[in-house]
Design a protein around this ligand. Structure first.
Ligand code: NAD
Length: 249
């Protein structure tokens, strides 16, 4: 993406304390946006913001699975850079893998609460703020996963939420188009972040063998596509689900 293309825009990124969210903050700031790094882990969000500098970035604590926390985050975000974010990236996400017959209800609920309900709560709250402030050219980018299409054994909860994110994105794109807000999602393959660090090496080796590019992805390679979707250069891309997997199917 081109440096400066996001100048004058405020972006809010959830899950900004790690992995894809942190890389996204870096790339959006590089492209000129002021970035609000939001995470349940405030210290990690602050580290992201510190790296970018206080003129370009601020940190915020939010638990995306809690409506109350998201409401407070909206109020706090509006005070950071004097206008509502016109770019929102829903990168907060968790896994609680396990075979279905042994999956505790709690693991299902937790994954649902962050990955799908969290995407809903943040999207709804910040879209309302964009509409109230009559912001033009809003862009919301959601993180689905190629697991939504691969439907891996042991990931029923995660796969279901990430498939849900694709449908949610499409509906939101239809409802928000008239407000000038585009909504898209990305389906990353296996990306070298703390989330994937816990995947057994044997599984990662299989993934690398199946991936035409023969390697895991880097978080910046997802962040670059997010930055494109956030920018006016993707002005006619809406309701899309874009695979960024190195060709892994
Ligand atoms: P990560 O574990 O490195 O980072 C996730 C971040 O989300 C952490 O900073 C964590 O504190 C934060 N978070 C978790 N629960 C939260 C909550 N309730 N409220 C606010 N923040 C919360 O993960 P990642 O690899 O960067 O993944 C980012 C997104 O991309 C996730 O939605 C994930 O499902 C998706 N994804 C990742 C991969 C991959 O291979 N890494 C592949 C496909 C999709």
């Amino acid at each position: 993406m081109s440096v400066g293309v996001l100048a004058g825009k405020v972006a809010l990124v959830t899950g900004a304390g790690s992995g894809i969210g942190r890389a996204t903050c870096r790339i959006l700031a590089r492209d000129g946006a002021q970035v609000i790094a939001a995470d349940r882990n405030l210290q990690a969000a602050q580290e992201t913001a510190r790296e970018l500098g206080s003129e370009r970035s601020a940190a915020l604590e939010v638990d995306v699975s809690s409506a109350q926390s998201v409401q407070s985050a909206v109020a706090e975000a509006l005070g950071k850079f004097s206008k509502a974010p016109s770019i929102v990236v829903n990168s907060a996400g968790i896994t609680r893998d396990g075979y279905l017959l042994k999956m505790p209800e709690r693991d299902y609920d937790d994954v649902y609460g962050v990955n799908l309900k969290g995407t809903f709560l943040v999207t709804q709250a910040f879209a309302k703020a964009m509409i109230e402030q009559k912001l033009e050219q809003g862009s919301i980018v959601n993180l689905s996963s190629i697991v939504a299409r691969m439907n891996n054994v042991g990931q029923a909860n995660y796969a279901a939420t990430k498939a849900g994110v694709i449908s949610f994105t499409e509906v939101a794109s239809k409802e928000f188009g008239k407000f000038g807000i585009r909504v898209n999602c990305i389906l990353p393959g296996y990306i070298d972040t703390p989330m994937v660090a816990v995947v057994p090496d044997s599984v990662k080796e299989q993934v690398v063998q199946r991936c035409p590019l023969g390697r895991l992805g880097q978080p910046e390679e997802i962040a670059e596509v997010i930055a494109f979707l956030a920018s006016p250069q993707s002005s006619y891309v809406n309701g899309a689900a874009i695979e960024v997997t190195g060709g892994l199917k």
